[in-house]
Design a protein around this ligand. Structure first.
Ligand code: PLP
Length: 345
């Protein structure tokens, strides 16, 4: 069998969520958008509910409806994209809490579903989603009369704790919400790590739960083992892969492994990428193909059956660096060809 194995450690996931939850006296929610950052919401969400999460966040109403069937009636499910046209039935039937982003969304919501829970998203400077300060002050009294379940905003620079944008957004959020009798939420993983000023009533950790930065103490959750299909000796002067970009300077042993850019091992990584064979780091050679990658295993004695791309030796952020991206993008790019094994939980 030449199928790589993606092992998702649900115990590590639960520990990461618990550790982030214990950093604050606020209620910790859990962000499970994009199929739980690519790791499988059907397994991830129940594990986090088991660990104590009572409030989940997704991007779209469709994701929310899927999550409702997974979690059953108890937990609150908040939708970042708010209440979009056409979402009424999904929001009503799955009992979702849309985080409305502007006056149109709010009117759509209270007219179509009077009395149905909703939250409010405020823009404190990121200019992505939410009501701007002027819009909020015009709408505030009407909005509050409808008893929103949560008021939230989002930090643009929380992965850089000393960035002045953080204090700027904190001030803006306080100015817009101080004194209101509504639970508040400002922080994702980065904000949780910035301390109590940023915590308010509800936190929204995502990437840290999945083992990524900026949560330095995260336990790795995703472990990726890729089988070797074939191993060959190449002589000095022979090349490996498309375009002959890598040429052996001395005799080498090359393993061809069963994953490629179609599996989220981005082509741009090739010059920097490594994998692990047991305790030995081996470099990728030549171009990354759609389904195959060459690995220099000259230093390994004996047969090589499989290599590790993600796990205890290298994190999603290490791999992300090679591609000039972030751990979030590596996780959500992993693709559908892996055999997925869920451990613990
Ligand atoms: C994705 C997202 C989060 C979670 O962010 P992490 O950095 O993954 O912890 C929280 N809030 C909002 C609005 C988001 O879009």
């Amino acid at each position: 069998m030449a199928q790589p194995t993606l092992t998702i450690d649900l115990d590590a996931l639960r520990t990461n969520w618990r550790t982030l939850a214990d950093k604050s006296s606020a209620e910790a929610g859990a962000v499970v958008k994009a199929d739980a950052y690519g790791l499988g919401v059907d397994k991830v969400a129940p594990a986090l509910a088991e660990e104590g999460a009572r409030r989940f966040f997704v991007a779209t109403a469709e994701e929310g409806a899927t999550l409702r069937t997974i979690l059953g009636p108890g937990p609150e499910i908040c939708v970042f994209n708010g209440h979009m046209a056409g979402d009424v039935a999904l929001i009503r039937d799955a009992r979702l809490t849309p985080m409305v982003n502007d006056i149109d969304q709010m009117l759509r919501h209270v007219e179509a579903l009077p009395g149905h829970p909703f939250g409010i998203q405020l823009d404190t400077g990121m200019n992505r989603l939410g009501m701007e300060p002027a819009e909020w002050s015009a709408l505030r009294d009407i909005a509050l009369s409808q008893k929103p379940a949560l008021i939230m905003s989002h930090l643009a620079c929380a992965d850089t704790p000393d960035h002045p944008m953080n204090a700027h957004q904190l001030n803006a959020f306080r100015e817009m919400t101080d004194g209101l009798d509504v639970p508040r939420s400002l922080s994702a993983t980065g904000g949780v790590l910035m301390g109590p000023d940023y915590h308010f009533d509800v936190t929204r950790p995502g990437i840290g739960v999945y083992g990524g930065l900026p949560f330095l103490d995260a336990k790795p959750v995703a472990h990726l083992q890729i089988p070797v299909i074939q191993t060959r000796e190449v002589a000095a002067g022979e090349s490996v892969g498309y375009g002959n970009t890598w040429v052996a300077r001395s005799p080498a042993r090359i393993a061809t492994i069963a994953a490629g850019y179609a599996d989220g091992v981005h082509r741009i990584m090739a010059p920097k990428a490594h994998v692990w064979v047991g305790e030995t780091r081996c470099r990728i050679v030549g171009r990354i193909s759609m389904d195959l990658i060459g690995v220099d295993v000259t230093q390994i004695e004996g047969p090589v059956d499989q290599v590790e791309l993600l796990g205890i030796h290298q994190s999603v952020d290490t791999v992300a660096d090679w591609a000039g991206t972030i751990g979030y993008e590596i996780l959500t790019s992993l693709g559908s060809r892996y055999r997925r094994i869920y451990e613990g939980g």
